[in-house]
Design a binder for this molecule. Structure first.
Ligand code: FMN
Length: 218
């Protein structure tokens, strides 16, 4: 599939086939995308809870009770479900951890280069912490970038997906003890294969027109 074909193939899957499972070799590629997603100043402010069993999906479905019940079946019937969690805060200790990881991965030929990266990253992160005061929001943006890559990547593998913001963040934070680990649930992505007859697969896609959304400078 080329990009246009993938853009039309992928859609918000509303009914998953509970009998179809994503082969491990394909899901491993999705995990690679999760890990290698770009993020501002390589901040990687995320953690992913992955459910690939009925028990795991059951736990994640604790975030789809009450007024979120419209998403419950999607979580239970998908093959794999990923809960995207963002860091609640970004501190100096974490910035040093990033730096050491990069060093171990062989990115610094000498100490001065390493120091420079640390200074620049700290300056940029501190802008969000202390000037803009939007560090949490900024970190969540990094998660959404990752989520976008997953949706496109899944489509390229012929895997169906549904991103979900309609989840009970508080219930999920409690279920997985996320706050005390420094994270908060943000959104979920269910992955698997559409069930024949999913009403949403048959509906035409609807988007604002090219004329409305593009300004081409030529
Ligand atoms: C961030 C995000 C959150 C979404 N949350 C939900 C959700 O909780 N439940 C749901 O059924 N669809 C959800 N959707 C699906 C959107 O409604 C859908 O992507 C949009 O209508 C465009 O349709 P398409 O994805 O089929 O092209 C979400 C989509 C995105 C990108």
């Amino acid at each position: 599939m080329n990009l246009t074909e993938i853009a039309h193939f992928r859609y918000a899957t509303k009914v998953f086939d509970p009998d179809k499972r994503i082969p491990d070799q394909l899901f491993d590629q999705i995990k690679t995308l999760l890990r290698f997603s770009p993020s501002s100043v390589n901040s990687q402010p995320w953690h992913f809870i992955i459910a690939d069993s009925p028990e795991g999906r059951q736990r994640l479905s604790q975030g789809a009770l009450g007024s979120y019940a419209y998403n419950e079946r999607k979580i239970l019937d998908a093959s794999h479900v990923i809960l995207f969690c963002a860091k609640n805060a970004i501190d100096d200790e974490y910035l040093l951890h990033l730096l050491d990881t990069e060093d171990q991965d062989g990115r610094y030929a000498d100490a001065s280069q390493k120091d420079l990266v640390h200074q620049v990253r700290t300056m940029f992160v501190n802008l969000h912490r202390f000037d803009f005061k939007d560090a949490q929001h900024w970190m969540e943006k990094q998660l959404y970038l990752n989520m976008g890559a997953i949706l496109l990547g899944a489509g390229s593998l012929g895997v169906d997906a549904l991103p979900m913001e309609g989840i009970d963040i508080q219930a999920l934070n409690e279920e997985f003890g996320l706050l005390k680990q420094g994270y908060t649930a943000v959104a979920m992505v269910a992955l698997g294969y559409r069930k024949a007859g999913d009403f949403n697969a048959a509906l035409p896609k609807s988007r604002r027109s090219e004329a409305e959304i593009f300004t081409v400078l030529s």
